[in-house]
Design a binder for this molecule. Structure first.
Ligand code: GDP
Length: 485
């Protein structure tokens, strides 16, 4: 029986595998133009987390709003003049927009996009995205009967704003204090080089002022959802949307991010060729940030130490070197990394010695691109495919600080073991630790936010927000019953 069949039959029947993800996905759309939308559920392990009825209701309302306010609708045309000047009228506008523009690596883009969608849900905005050089080729349109792409004829051609721009919220606050009304176009710089005033984006008073802005542009490379939970005005609504607080990225990524047919072809071809043999699947993601502190011998030893110490791979059997066990089971392992060498290191363990318990360990690595490229379609397509393949794992090992790993863990609903980042060229000890929640970490939140919104290790209004284990000073949302003491 293949892993795929095992998964569907493990659930009892296909009917139990709800392709609409308990209402998260609207029914009956994009069956052929977006195969992944309803098929992905058959490849991932069954999520124990169900979206709340309130989240489902809010998503359907969002979809209606998006259709009503989409590019080229009458409502959109009415709002366009406000993009280039004037002061927002005091009255509540029919449609308000959140423009999102891609920034940094693919994992960074995905987590910031998901946080931005959460923010759009909270503030009743319509999310429109800058398609970038290749971004729109990786994903299906997520919202039924409409488009999330900023249209080609959008009047504002340059959406690249930066810290300190006169129209950035931080500059406006610096110049004039919190002003209301604000201009009808404002840029929110939610990038980790925040100035103190940019960080005011997370504060109640400032969000009340931003509410009236019809065109808000966000640029970010982080999962800033944890910062939204620290806002006392947002927290009750967020708790209602996500009673299981650690499921924000899990649900929203499964709602929003469907691989395009081209990406899905790569994912499923690879899966059926290399990963569908066993009943157990382990994903290992190795990301090197600092090569000086991460020589190959050390990192490969660190990875093996983690896998063995945590019993994620079977032990080797030194007493029974038979050629093939008489009865065996297969364990599929997928390794994703930019580099060569790690695959052979893990493979050779079980070539040179048999695994205990009659396990045959089948190890594969889809690509080794060697260098990170930016906005390159074929390179990004592989990265996106690999994030999805990682999400098909039953057990996952990721690398500290890596947003690439966060996407795999979130889509898969997995709490990974994290390979810790070496701080010196010495062998890293401990090799890995178990994460405290499957939510991505908000890297480098502004100090100002931590000073004002945290009480020791806990969020003031959201005690289930705490510091990450993989990134010092990073913030993350835990399960509610896991509140930090
Ligand atoms: P992060 O830098 O680890 O947080 O992850 P990002 O995804 O934001 O940026 C790293 C980029 O490097 C990815 O988007 C890919 O382009 C590339 N990359 C890093 N690790 C891998 C890997 O395991 N497989 C592939 N195919 N690309 C990778």
């Amino acid at each position: 029986m293949s892993g795929f069949e095992a998964r569907t039959s493990a659930a009892g029947s296909d009917a139990l595998r709800d392709k609409y993800l308990d209402g998260l996905l609207a029914a009956g759309l994009y069956e052929d133009s977006c195969r992944s939308r309803y098929e992905a559920v058959n490849y991932r392990h069954l999520s124990p987390y169900k979206p709340s009825a309130y989240l489902v209701q809010k998503l359907r309302e969002y979809e209606d709003r998006h259709r009503r306010c989409a590019p080229h609708t009458n409502a959109y045309k009415k709002m366009l003049p406000l993009l280039t000047g004037g002061v927002a009228a005091g009255t509540v506008e029919e449609c308000k927009y959140l423009l999102w523009t891609p920034f940094s690596g693919l994992g960074n883009k995905i987590i910031s996009l998901t946080s931005s969608f959460l923010y759009a849900l909270l503030t009743e905005r319509v999310l429109l995205i800058d398609r970038g050089r290749d971004f729109s080729k990786l994903f299906c349109e997520p919202f039924p009967g409409t488009s999330w792409l900023i249209p080609e004829d959008f009047p504002m051609k340059n959406l690249y704003f930066n810290r300190g721009d006169p129209l950035s919220y931080g500059s406006l606050v610096r110049e004039k204090g919190i002003v209301n009304p604000l201009p009808s176009f404002v840029y929110a710089h939610v990038v980790t080089d925040f100035a103190q005033e940019d960080a005011r984006f997370f504060f109640e008073e400032d969000q009340r002022a931003l509410r009236g802005v019809p065109w808000l542009l966000v640029r970010s490379e982080v999962h800033y959802a944890a910062g939204l939970f620290l806002n006392a005005d947002f927290e009750p609504e967020l708790s209602r949307l996500f009673p299981e607080t650690e499921t924000v990225f899990h649900h929203l990524s499964r709602y929003l991010l469907h691989p395009s047919n081209k990406a899905w072809g790569m994912i499923t071809r690879y899966y059926h060729t290399y990963l569908a043999k066993g009943k157990e699947r382990l994903g290992i993601q190795i990301r090197i940030f600092n090569h000086e502190n991460s020589p190959f011998e050390n990192v490969s030893t660190q990875v093996v130490n983690c896998l063995m110490k945590e019993k994620l791979l079977p032990e080797i059997d030194l007493n029974d070197p038979q050629v093939v066990p008489s009865r065996w089971k297969i364990m599929d392992v997928i390794v994703t990394t930019l580099h060569s060498g790690y695959l052979d290191k893990i493979r050779s363990i079980y070539w040179e010695h048999p695994a205990a318990g009659g396990v045959l360990v089948s190890v594969h690595q889809p690509s080794h691109e060697e260098y990170q490229l930016m906005d390159d379609e074929s390179h990004d397509m592989k990265a996106w495919a690999e994030m999805n393949l990682l999400s098909f794992s039953d057990v996952l090992v990721t690398s500290a600080w890596s947003t690439f790993g966060y996407v795999g863990q979130g889509l898969g609903g997995l709490k990974p073991w994290i390979l810790l980042r070496p701080k010196s060229p010495a062998l890293q000890e401990p090799s890995c630790v178990r994460d405290i929640s499957m939510e991505p970490c908000f890297h480098l939140p502004p100090a100002y936010l931590c000073e004002q919104k945290m009480d020791g290790k806990r969020g003031k209004v959201a005690p289930y927000v705490t510091y990450c284990v993989d990134v010092e000073g990073g913030l993350k949302v835990l399960a509610r019953n896991n509140e930090v003491q």
